[in-house]
Design a protein around this ligand. Sequence first.
Ligand code: ADP
Ligand code: ZN
Length: 606
Amino acid sequence: MSTYIKIKMLRTLKHFFGYDSFRPLQEDIIQTILTGKDSLVLMPTGGGKSICYQLPALLSEGTAIVVSPLISLMKDQVETLNANGIAASALNSNNDETENANIRRACMGGKLKLLYISPEKLIAEANYLLRDMHISLFAVDEAHCISQWGHDFRPEYAQMGFLHEMFPDVPIIALTATADKITREDIVRQLHLKEPKIFISSFDRPNLSLTVKRGYLQKEKSKAILEFISGHGGESGIIYCMSRSKTETVAQLLQKHGIGATVYHAGLSPKERDKAQADFINDRIQVVCATIAFGMGIDKSNVRWIIHYNLPKSIESFYQEIGRAGRDGMPSDTVLFYSLSDLILLTRFATESGQQDINLEKLQRMQQYAESDICRRRILLSYFGETSTEDCGNCDVCKNPPQRFDGTVIVQKALSGIARTNEQVGIQLLIDILRGTMGAGIISKSYQQLKTFGAGRDIPGRDWQDYLLQMLQLGYFEIAYNENNHLKITSSGNDVLFGRAKAQLAVIRREETSKKKTKKTTTKELPLDLPSIENTDLFEALRQLRKKLADEDMLPPYIVLSDKVLHTLSTLRPTSVEEFGNISGIGDYKKKKYGKEFVSLIREYL
Ligand code: ADP
Ligand code: ZN
């Protein structure tokens, strides 16, 4: 590849997108397309896939056709491109006839650089529109939809093999954030890719912090969530819950505390769902409490945090869900609440699922992540087949390595409680016995007469939850899922119970509010690579200006300018339109369109 082309690529990147350099792989991928070869790109969410085909589209004659499975995704991409002064449109069933007629005319006249299209429409137009236009390349986005093995299978995606027969000279690039090998092979086979170059980038998302909170009771969870959200100012976030009813209760809790929240689940009408999504994208509400149904159609780049109210059923789901935060590369926080009751419930689902072995195995890997006392990111990456030799420094284990103490007596009390009931109790009843809490379950079996009744009164119930999770993880007892979840002591448990072995437990850490404060200041000094300190008041003012401009143009605020750009603006504080245009992420079009207003606001502040 000549230096001339390289310079042209960089200039185009700067002119339209305002970026000074390519991310790893982007340059190679673009060159592959420009030389007419097929490629398959596996990159995590937020990795920067779009530019890989958008830039070649801008550098080539004709129009690039981008196949995308969801109208909301097309809309987002087209708005983003238009906001950068790039001619792009989407052809789909949402448009009215005139709109589509105009788009078709623009295509035939070579007026568009990119055309987004659904797979159905693509197939329908194969012998019509596609024949009448000059196509520079095909990009198949969310290409994992092609695979029956994947989670988002779309039958129409499997019919696109004809593209290469019909257009043998047009390169195809397939892109996805789903990495597994079967899917990869399916994509290559079904699209008839010709000796494709395969690009696999690291799946690491270092800007996402990882935290697990273990053994919280309902009330504490609520409190922790409210504190967490208040520590995040007005920033957008998603709370994933296992059930619809949970999404409702959590949303009500937030609303009661003045936080703009709504729900999203499969039980809503399409209209209600669209509204929830639009309100979230346009920053009209701060939080969505959702079941897993939410997110696929969301490209919102400024989701700043994700909470998992319940344990997810696999690491794939978990990673996909936390991946919705921080697409703009800015630091974002993720918190997972891990409780025994979730584990028990999910184990039951997996057992009854008909694919018991696979699903139990997946759940176990999720459990390992939640229980880990080594760097959590290393566990995630190794799950996806990447090895890392260093701890990440951005997960709770790295930041606060667990401290251990001799917990033999605690373990003995618990195990002896189990033994004295002849292993006929589950977790909650055991805690009631240890704490000496009277209740129907106790009285009906006369457990109040046991020697261990009340023997663990000195330890709060929530701490017992945590210790019991640790004991389970250490293998001192098992849960008999097929026997009402009763607890069964293992042989290593017996060793501790009868004094033949000692038990080490991890000290339980509860977050104090003071600690939160220090954390907040560090997240506020965000633009890591920037020299001066950010002015947070200015940031707020810029955010409001962005919202105003976005509303005027009926665009989501993050499309006007990303959070990252706002942080850079409030740090570098450019005072001329020229300086404004030099900021990473501001292309020439946005410089002209928004420069004046933002600069005069910054001037007011100085
Ligand atoms: P993906 O489609 O892989 O999820 P996107 O294409 O939406 O990711 O890119 C994620 C973010 O990264 C976007 O805000 C995009 O503008 C930004 N980005 C992409 N390439 C670069 C680059 N070379 N330099 C800086 N930011 C980039
Ligand atoms: Zn770590």
